[in-house]
Design a protein around this ligand. Sequence first.
Ligand SMILES: [Zn+2]
Ligand SMILES: [Zn+2]
Length: 220
Amino acid sequence: MSNLYGCLVCSRPSEWSKTCEWCQSRIRGALAQLPEQYVYLTMSRQRVRGGGGDGRSPKALHSPVPGRDDVLNLLGPASRQAVIDAEDQVGDTPFLEVLGSWSEAVTDERRLTPVSRNVTALTTRLTGNLTWIYEQPWVADFFGEIEELLRAAQRITMTRPRKELLRGITCPSCEGLTLVRYVPGAWAAECVMCWVKLNDEEYGRLVKTQARALQDSPKS
Ligand SMILES: [Zn+2]
Ligand SMILES: [Zn+2]
């Protein structure tokens, strides 16, 4: 199953770890966005229940706006039964169930003290053990579920990153005009061909170098 020389998530070569650096940063990035998404979702639910009200009036509770079951499912109670129900309805597993079961696996296997079952505590537990998680045979399943949860939340909160093509700047690695930026995203630029990633500083330097090269080239 596991390939010593390939990343368990994307299968690209990875010399010293079971996951490549790119996937490690994708996993860390996806996890980091979850607490914020949970807050956005909670706000969507309050809007669903009638905004101005305290959300506790019998009318608000008994007449949910149709089509917002997706929000309630993601925020929903984390019992096994609730998950089965939620999957029957829309296929999205609640936040606490996904984070809770992975966090439990980490806690059990590493013999740690259990943490409270809330999104912040569970995310912190997972983030704090990422170096270990990156080396586990189930890391791809883990990332798959975290990413799915993030996408489901982003669809509802309409915060899915936008892809911008960075016109006129050549990829320093494959030399294609294939650099893009995801907004919001972790990188200033990334290449959709060779997957190179550039941080703000690296991208700034690249733009300067290429601008200078343009100036210096003989005018026709
Ligand atoms: Zn990878
Ligand atoms: Zn490239």
